[in-house]
Design a protein around this ligand. Structure first.
Ligand SMILES: [Zn+2]
Length: 418
């Protein structure tokens, strides 16, 4: 068996294409396979416009595709592709060879392998491992993700969650919409205003979904998102998800701690020093050292400790089984916060008072958590999805790169697309 014949078998080319020469270029350490079509190709080819019969018109200049390595050596397929002309409409088309991937530079097998690597590691590293430029790998990823996303079906979508991902610290944002039941990212777009909902609904309906099929919209308490839902989805019950509410109150505890540190004597300052993470965690997640630190503090008189208790109580309310109990407990919680604030130092508790007011004004949306009972776990999971996405797209902070990577990581798309 000649090497050409062997490569032809290994590539699975069938009878329409043949390897006419294989050589190893020592200088570039590259295996080069020269291909050509056989006469049998013309039995199968037809015009893509009208199916008319075609004949070989001419050949292109030589085109190069990168294929999977042969051992440790780079491998390239070289071919002057035939161009076909239709006898009916007389249009001329390039014949698409069976090895060609979507991005033009690579074989299908190379692209599939690259996608596996891109899923597993940051883009820069995947480019290094494959010995390719990151620009060409990004182009490959765009082609596959765009193609597969175009075919994605949103017809069953009824419970949606929206959250924001920051692109650069404190600056630009991307709004991310997710299907809470199928646990996948549906859509992402720049900004975090109410117009992002208009764009989402447009994307939803482009993929066979319907705006009035949305019965639940989970989100943080941003007024912009609330307006967006109200404008677009009349059947959607807004749910302020537990994750964002608790995160808000945790931030308020932080502020109480900062204010108390600033306004108190040295002994209070000594107790609160290095305690930031204690108040952000739940008691069961504290380390041995943190637990010891906490038990040494004067829980009776520290406002921070009281604010921390308020946060833990609010979390406990989420364990209650029904909406009525939850309503009573939430309102009691608000009264309790006000009473403590009045009894101790109201100015230190200002962030907690604000939190209590927020709970009262958003009560219906918070209570929807009990009525709908749909798990919001995916909303909380989105945060780790965001960090994974940013890690993989490190160095490419433009929203197009991030959104494409997000669809790869969490869009549940069918890849590779062909
Ligand atoms: Zn034609």
């Amino acid at each position: 068996m000649t090497p050409e014949r062997m490569f032809q078998d290994l590539l699975g080319l069938g009878l329409n294409w043949e390897v006419i020469e294989s050589r190893f270029d020592h200088k570039t350490s590259t295996v080069v396979l020269e291909m050509r079509e056989t006469s049998r190709l013309w039995d199968l080819e037809s015009c893509p416009c009208d199916g008319g019969s075609v004949y070989c018109y001419d050949h292109t200049e030589e085109i190069v595709w990168r294929h999977l390595n042969v051992f440790q050596h780079r491998c390239e397929i070289h071919c002057r592709l035939p161009r076909k002309k239709c006898r009916k409409c007389e249009k001329i088309h390039r014949v698409r060879p069976p090895w060609e991937g979507l991005s033009g530079h690579f074989s299908k097998e190379f692209e599939s392998f690259a996608l596996v690597l891109i899923r597993e590691m940051p883009m820069a590293k995947a480019a290094h491992v494959m010995g390719e430029s990151d620009t060409r790998l990004w182009r490959l990823l765009f082609k596959h993700v765009d193609g597969a996303y175009g075919l994605a079906d949103f017809s069953n979508v009824c419970c949606v969650g929206v959250d924001e991902m920051n692109i650069r610290k404190g600056h630009e944002y991307v709004s991310v919409f997710a299907d809470l039941i199928a646990k996948r990212v549906l859509f992402a777009t720049e900004g975090r205003d109410r117009k992002t909902w208009d764009k989402f609904v447009e994307a939803l309906e482009n993929h066979n979904g319907h705006r009035h099929a949305i019965t639940q919209a989970s989100m943080d308490m941003s007024a912009a998102y609330q307006r967006g839902v109200a404008d677009n989805c009349r059947n959607a019950q807004v749910v302020f998800d537990k994750f964002h509410l608790i995160a808000n109150v945790t931030k308020a505890v932080d502020k109480v701690r900062q204010a108390e540190v600033r306004s108190s004597k040295k002994e209070v300052w000594d107790q609160l020093k290095n305690s930031l993470w204690i108040w952000r965690k739940n008691p069961e997640n504290l380390t041995e050292k943190e637990r010891a630190h906490l038990s040494q503090m004067d829980q009776e008189n520290l406002c921070t400790a009281k604010a921390y208790q308020m946060r833990l109580c609010l979390q406990d309310i989420y364990r209650l089984g029904n909406q009525n109990q939850a309503r009573r407990s939430l309102l009691a919680w608000c009264r309790w916060v006000r009473w403590i604030a009045k009894k101790y130092k109201a100015f230190l508790f200002a962030p907690m008072l604000k939190a209590a007011q927020m709970v009262e004004t958003h009560l219906a949306g918070i209570l929807a958590h009990w009525k709908l009972g749909v798990t919001n776990a995916f909303m909380e999971g989105l945060n780790s999805v965001f960090s994974a996405t940013k890690r993989k797209a490190r160095g490419y902070r433009s929203s197009v790169y991030l959104i494409t990577m997000l669809y790869l990581v969490a869009g549940k798309l069918r890849l590779p697309h062909s």
